[in-house]
Ligand binder design. Structure first.
Ligand SMILES: [Zn+2]
Ligand SMILES: [Zn+2]
Length: 433
């Protein structure tokens, strides 16, 4: 699922532990003290990797984050969305005109319920649980930025460090918002970074508008009337009806929504029957819908209900529909996206920012934050998806998100942390207008 447009000339990748840092070869403007602090932040990253925790159970990770922030003199607020943490760093400069601004920087902390097959020293010590999406690295990059910001405070305004739980299916972002995130801590804008395998280290992908899709699931239960398979006229065959519905649903994508609007509707399960000579009473169809626009989801949901109901009725069956919306689309705000891209130009060097990168049909609960505040969700290259950066002993599989062989690329720590500091400083000094 990496986005299209890989860089035509991939940058040299590190060879794993002990390799020279890429910033020695790239025209990046990284902060010296952040580069110097990399070994300590990398140690934290690998410690989190070795102790992954599932959604809303990020107790150890949350404690670790809170302790580090407090140790650097940062005001810490706990308990938002359960295990979520907010750190507040106030600048020591006066804003011109007195109107101090604020910016939210967000990292996610949770891991996935899957078994890691890497064998390197920092592999997961929790069976069936793994940091396979790099949230360990997102947390580490933001900690690296936090340390620098707290030491220097050479800005006017406030940086709100948001460490959220449960991005992977738990809507932890929404839980933090429900717990008053933006009422308690003013954020004029909010930004998030996800590492992205397949983009070169140092590349930043910035979409204007949709960056990730919405997700919805549906289940349609068709109630017919069972009968002997040799005497179908004595019953109502729910399998026959379910198949008609499955066919009809594809018409929503090809005939009902506008062709220029993206959507996927996949029927992924059809369950019915137990014997070859028995027509069952019921059949169920389930699947998923992805779009980049809630209006398109509305159209598909109403169409799905209509097709299921009327198709069943046409064949003297009945249909019960459950349509469940999970994450809305992650839609970047144009002004903030361009601002984030311009900071990328300055920090990462010429040609490293991919504006207008293709959105992906994956989903992300940062969408909820972008419904509350302007901002942008950014893709930072994790290097080749063959994973040359991984430590010796990695699983033989590709270094892609949600893969059992994945590992976050530690070369991103000084890059992401320096980028965060620059984004915050520039935003607070002169926000986009
Ligand atoms: Zn993920
Ligand atoms: Zn993720």
């Amino acid at each position: 699922m990496p986005p299209a447009r890989p860089h035509p000339n991939p940058l040299p990748q590190g060879e794993g532990e002990g390799s020279p840092h890429p910033d020695t070869r790239l025209p990046m403007r990284l902060l010296d003290d952040i580069v110097a602090a990399r070994p300590q932040i990398q140690e934290i990253r690998r410690d989190i990797h070795a102790h992954p925790e599932l959604r809303f159970a990020e107790h150890r990770t949350s404690e670790l984050v809170a302790a580090r922030l407090a140790g650097w003199g940062i005001e810490v607020h706990r308990g938002l969305g359960g295990t979520g943490i907010v750190g507040i760093v106030r600048g020591r400069l006066q804003a011109p005109g007195g109107g101090a601004r604020s910016i939210g920087l967000r990292a996610d902390m949770d891991a996935l319920p899957m078994q890691e097959i890497n064998r390197f020293a920092h592999r997961s010590t929790h069976p069936g649980c793994m940091h396979a999406c790099g949230h360990d690295g997102h947390t580490a990059m933001l900690l690296g930025a936090a340390q620098h910001l707290a030491e220097h405070r050479d800005f006017a305004g406030t940086v709100v460090l948001i460490f959220q739980p449960a991005e992977e299916g738990g809507a932890g972002a929404r839980r933090m918002i429900e717990d008053g995130l933006f009422e308690r801590f003013a954020c004029d804008a909010v930004f998030a970074i996800h590492n992205w395998p397949g983009l070169a280290v140092g590349e930043l992908g910035v979409a204007s508008g949709p960056a990730m899709a919405s997700t919805s699931d549906f289940e349609i239960r068709v109630d017919g009337r069972g009968a002997h398979a040799a005497m179908p006229h004595l019953g109502v065959d729910p399998v026959f009806v379910a198949v008609q519905i499955a066919q009809g649903l594809q018409g929503l994508v090809t005939r009902v929504k506008r062709p220029i609007d993206s959507a996927v509707l996949s029927v992924t399960m059809i369950h019915a029957g137990e014997a070859t000579n028995v027509i069952p009473d019921t059949a169920t169809l389930s699947g998923t819908v992805r779009t980049f626009d809630d209006g398109v989801t509305d159209l598909i949901e109403s169409g799905l209900r209509r097709i299921a109901g009327s198709t069943a009725q046409a064949h003297q069956a009945a249909a019960a529909v459950r349509f469940e919306r999970h994450y809305p689309p992650t839609v970047n705000h144009a002004r903030e996206a361009e601002f984030a891209a311009s900071v990328g130009d300055a920090v990462l060097g010429p040609g490293m920012v991919i504006r207008g990168i293709d959105p992906t049909m994956g989903a992300e609960d940062f969408a909820f934050m972008l419904q509350e505040r302007p901002g942008a969700y950014l893709f930072l290259g994790n290097g080749s998806d063959t994973g040359a950066h991984r430590a010796a002993g990695h699983g033989a599989g590709p270094c892609t998100l949600h893969n059992a062989s994945y590992d976050f690329n530690d070369d991103l720590i000084p890059i992401g942390a320096s980028y965060w500091v620059a984004l915050a400083g520039r935003y607070l000094a002169a926000p986009p207008d």
